[in-house]
Ligand binder design. Sequence first.
Ligand code: CUK
Ligand code: CUA
Length: 625
Amino acid sequence: TDAAAARRPSLDLPRLELGRRDFMKAGAAVGAMTGLAGCTSVLSDEGNGGDGSSGASGEHSVPPGEHDEYYGFLSGGHTGEIRVVGLPSMRELMRIPVFQAESARGFGHDARTTELLEEEGGGYTWGDTHHPRVSQTDNDYDGRWLFVNDKANGRMARVDLEYFETDAITNVPNSQAVHGACMQLPDTQLVFGVGEFRVPMPNDGRDVDDPDAYGSVLTAIDPETMDVEWQVEVDGNMDNGDGGKEGRWFFATGYNSEEGVTQGEMTRADRDYVKAFDIPAIWDAVEAGEYEEISGVPVVDGTMDSSLNEGDRPIVRYVPTPKSPHGVSVTPDGSYAIASGKLDPTCTVIGVEEIAEVDDPADAILGQPRVGMGPLHTAYDDRGHAYTTLFIDSQVVKWDYEAAVEAEAGSEEPIVEKHDVHYNPGHLIASESYTASPQGDYLVSLNKLSKDRFLPVGPIHPENDQLFHIGDDDAGMELVKDKPSYPEPHDASIVHKDKIEPAKTWGPDDYDLDFVPEGEESFERIDESTVEIEMWARRNEYAFPEVTVREGDEVTIRISNVETTSDVIHSLAIPEYDVNLALAPQDTREVTFTADEPGVYWAYCAYFCSALHLEMRSRILVEPR
Ligand code: CUK
Ligand code: CUA
């Protein structure tokens, strides 16, 4: 229709040159925005004392001894971990090592988790976690698993949310830098890794100097087995992704449609694409054998010129957007996928139903509001508002996405409010914003720079995770809390506490190691140089007060914590042999080491477990041969 044509956005909106001056502008006054009509609280910080901090509002504080309403699962960036915080207190509750060995939890120290990191994980010592996503059933969190990507080494991991422990890692072939991580909804049928860096496939030395032969793939992983099901090669880089609520479409942003290899080449063109993957059509192509097997994985050709993109059911639809969109997220009602402009001051609102119906994918763009400088990511409340981080403006902009569909492209009318953050926000996340039913009460802005917000701690600064209350549209967004954050969270999922059911202790049958009850400890010499020890730990002793082995023995210790009381954790630390097992109640772990240095070694418990904790020891005698 003509009305629709009038709303059809043009792609020649004012372009943003990313220069040093714009970057320095971050965190400065919001003068440029004060002329905005309908922008009620552009200067809302002034009512809060001018520095943007309203202090810890009593309404949103959690008294000592009381529990939070939400779990927040934050990625830890290049620490390779997941952090668990409570909201709204923002208290850090736990850290879950994912791609790195960590000594407090003994992750990567016992045999099973060491094998996970070294075999399935590929043996890297670190990872770069960006996007933690909790599994869903019927478009709501089911509390079973959390999936997270490793951008550094192209992996995807799964965390078991009963034990809050990483239980699977998939080293994704044909893909360097798995960036976006998300899932097919409504029931987590597949987990998707969005490939970023373009490389030859396989990357084994062929085509190193032929960038035209490089490729980037979307990877589909079975959430139960963590096996790679298929990959789809596309044109250009990809970046972030999100699944439609109905299971058919998956959306990925991208940059570098130019397929360049330098920054200049990557940002030359004025347009890039959001790729809309038709998941059932891809399955059909795989089942019809229309793929090339590379590194043992079916790789389907989803590039623009592919024959699979001809006809009325293309497997990948390329929706043109202004250059280099970064975040993409689907609205809770499933109507729109909203991509954030990054190098362009607009967000692009793509109709999810429309994407299947239009001949030209550009016709599925239903709105393109001008939201501000450096839009990166968008979250949602339960009242039709989108909240988008503005990296360069150091603000969060709240806007009405239905109004954006009604408005002309480039309009600022859909904007409801802007609020300063401190400073330079990347992701933001609202409570259960990735489900079909967000609560619309809290929002966290993950700010990349903290500058002067905290006591100085040397040249590497913490980041600043800022909590907002967003539940009162009349009062506007309220900044509730600053939380310094160790580098560096990229994204988070916020899950209501009732949807997570953590175990209080391990069960004796978990994993494949037999539990060692009291009275069933054993010391067995298998042969001249092999010893197997099965033992237990409880307050305040080990099964064996002393153990004698011979120089050169390969010693395997399996040890169970026989406590049934929650929170009584023991460990087995052996000095100078680099042995460190952490044992929650009813947990059993195993370790093997070679006793190659004769001497006396006091194995001890590193968890302060009881009044006689210091006496909880076992004397290990390594006799010279
Ligand atoms: S993220 Cu990975 S570069 Cu904006 Cu989703 Cu930080
Ligand atoms: Cu057991 Cu300290």
